[in-house]
Design a protein around this ligand. Sequence first.
Ligand code: IVH
Length: 659
Amino acid sequence: MSEKEHIIQLREELHRHNHNYYVLNAPEISDQDFDGMMKHLQELEERHPEMYDPNSPTQRVGSDLNNEFTAVPHKRPMLSLSNTYNLQEVSDFYQRVSDGLHGQPFQLCAELKYDGLSISLHYKNGKLVQAVTRGDGVLGDDVTANVRTIRTIPLILNNAQDNIPDEFEIRGEILMPWQSFERLNIERENAGEPLFANPRNAASGTLKSKDPKVVSQRGLDAYLYYLLGDEVITDSHYKNMLTARSWGFKVSDDMKLCNSLDELWEYISYWDNMRKQLPVATDGIVIKVNSLAQQKALGMTAKSPRWAIAYKFQTEQASTILREVTFQIGRTGVVTPVANMDSVLLSGSMVHRATLHNADVMQALDLHIGDRVLIEKGGEIIPKIVGKDLEYPDNNKGTKIRFINRCPVCGTILVRAQEEASYYCPNYRHCAPQIIGQLEHFVSRKAMNINLIGPEQINNYFNQGLLHNIADFYSMNHDPKIAQSIEKSKEIPFERVLFALGIRFVGEIAAKTLARKFKNIDNLISASLEDLCETDGIGNVIAESIVNYFASVENRALVERLREAGLQMTLSEEQLSSHSTSLEGQSIVISGVFTHHSRDEYKRIIEQHGGKNVGSISSKTSFVLAGDNMGPSKLEKAEKLGIKIINEEEFLTIIGETK
Ligand code: IVH
């Protein structure tokens, strides 16, 4: 076989394994074999640039090219659905359909309403050619390069099926699963970046990222729910979706055909509760007339089809009086407006504070002291104000709430963060809450782990003028017990020292990557923007922040003091040479979802410690590293063969990583 033929063969095989793994959750080969094949394909493609194909499985990691989004017209407008909120409105819809069909019998397909971003995918000759966001329904953004990195979206369709039209469009929803969302927010919190309020915003921010590599790492998912094209595939929506599934698309298992209003209602009440257990956010049910002929007969209004409707789940709301808005300054200076309100019961807990997110959101709400406001928890972590209670007569009578121009603590004029709606106080070296935040971050467990000094003590030292910056920890007098833990922190590896410095946007993972690449602090200090950007996983924003940090004489002096105090400013010999051998000779199966690292990181960690990743459990497996929601078949097999199951914390202890 020639190398070119080999490229084609490897691409086909990898597409199949990708589908087995991501869409069907049923891998046939080990992750290691998969990675091996991928690496081989990459090498061959490098030798044959003339064989470049944007649909090659190697493109899932995202190319280096920067995205420029072009607005493109939709071939068919992307309509939205009208919303209903109660049984009566659903029943009205049912009656309208029945009347519109002159009493003919009809079936409805009920499915979950996924709460993400709608996407339109175009396929030609079995290949993905274009992905467009909804935009305003007529024009959308071409986000093809980003969408190619989403593992559940097939780049090449299953060519064993002979009923794939030459050209068609399929629509669906791009989502960030709760797990990925929570992990992303933990990373952002560690890096001092503003958090995403909910998975939809996180998915949308990610899909609009200029860097497909970032998209590739964020763990987006997609469900497809609407097939369109000039060619008729089957005569019903439901059968169309089953067919699309056979072509390789991820289609929800939770669609149901209903023959009556009662069946529909049963579906709705079931999912109103059970949706809380789904891995992705949903905000309702979509109800569609199943027969395509009947859909056509019913037609469209200007805004939405007459054959479909959305039923929105109730989000619990409460109403209370707004008393005050305060402005909080975070460790990195970001200003968050926070509403203080009269306490009220919401989804089972008493609430008296809600976030107003940022200046734009606050402005749009047009709040006054004494207004009666509506708050919701919905999918969000922190309660938020969604609007004013319009019935309340005393609204708009108090003082209007305005965003501030100056830092409420140090008085410095606030700066608007690039490309974000947030403002921050740039005075990070002398603004008290920022310094206190930096000091707390420095001693925290994942940084220098000086656990005997807590927030209260830091506050006291700071207020007494004993502690001004992180280097002061090493020059002040401590009681013997604390002195001991300060001494111990001098053994903390370089990568964590780097994280502890609290450089804006440099979270745990970025710090690790930088430590490995640059080996010591001097190389990092002298690195140029280009050097930094060349590092895998380090984008422009992080790179700029590092360059700015070390451009400051004060910061360099701080680092010098820390170096003189004896902190690790270089990768240890052990890390420099090879890695530990604590997993030498062990065959390990990974299953489930994890909190501290992603699956891919665990695979890397296993290899770095001399272990082997294997895809399926056999008698030769040394142990299973199990996260949450371990697959039931894997669990059963492990138990049957008596294979040890180790959880995330136990595993981290084995490899000597403290959490
Ligand atoms: S069907 C013409 N099915 O909800 C019908 N939409 O306003 C096209 N959505 O823009 C939509 N889950 O982003 C359909 N199972 C589902 C859906 C769904 C979520 C979104 C979609 C659409 C909006 C409806």
